[in-house]
Design a binder for this molecule. Structure first.
Ligand code: ZN
Length: 180
């Protein structure tokens, strides 16, 4: 996998793909087993997320169509609790509550921001990098971040939650920023 690629003995960060790369538009496959290769993928993704800088990254964003995301929203309860970035393998959001409208952006759609509705609270089941079944309850920014990243595993970009006219306008805006 290219996430472990090295050049002159130095690890190369995975490239973050931009919309409309086809891998961003399709449903990702479950991770069958948490292997060293998967751990290396998560490590590369975490480094790329922190370097961007971003607060979350999904495997399809680095060209790997597998159900794995990393999250680390600064200013959320994760940071206050002093927890390192979290990797969620095969995450499934099992419960949600409330709705909050807040600005979002995406490393695959750089420079575009828009208000998106998300649950204020959610519960997500996932497998950790040591293969254990886990559950996380998230509020606020962390909930928004998890919902955004899990969406990527189903080929969903944040603007897909908006009415068509707004979505089309954001796509045009992004295209013009990219000089298309
Ligand atoms: Zn995104």
């Amino acid at each position: 996998m290219k996430q472990t690629a090295q050049v002159d003995g130095k690890a190369v960060l995975p490239t973050i793909l931009k919309w409309p790369d086809p891998v961003l538009l399709k449903k990702s496959a479950p991770v069958k087993e948490v292997t060293d290769e998967i751990r290396a993928l998560a490590e590369g993704m975490t480094s790329a997320m922190l370097a961007a800088p971003g607060i979350g990254l999904a495997a399809p964003q680095v060209g790997v169509s597998l159900r794995l995301v990393v999250v680390y929203p600064a200013g959320s309860e994760i940071e206050y609790m002093g927890i390192a970035p979290i990797t969620l393998v095969n995450p499934v959001i099992t419960e949600t509550a409330g709705e909050d409208i807040g600005a979002e952006s995406c490393l695959s759609v750089p420079g575009v921001y828009y208000d998106v509705p998300r649950p204020t609270w959610l519960k997500v089941k996932y497998t950790s990098l040591d293969g254990a079944a886990k559950e996380l309850q998230a509020n606020g920014r962390l909930a928004r971040c998890v919902a955004h990243e899990v969406d990527h595993l189903d080929g969903v970009i944040f603007w897909d939650h908006l009415p068509r006219l707004k979505r089309d306008w954001l796509k045009l805006k992004f295209k013009s920023k990219r000089g298309w």
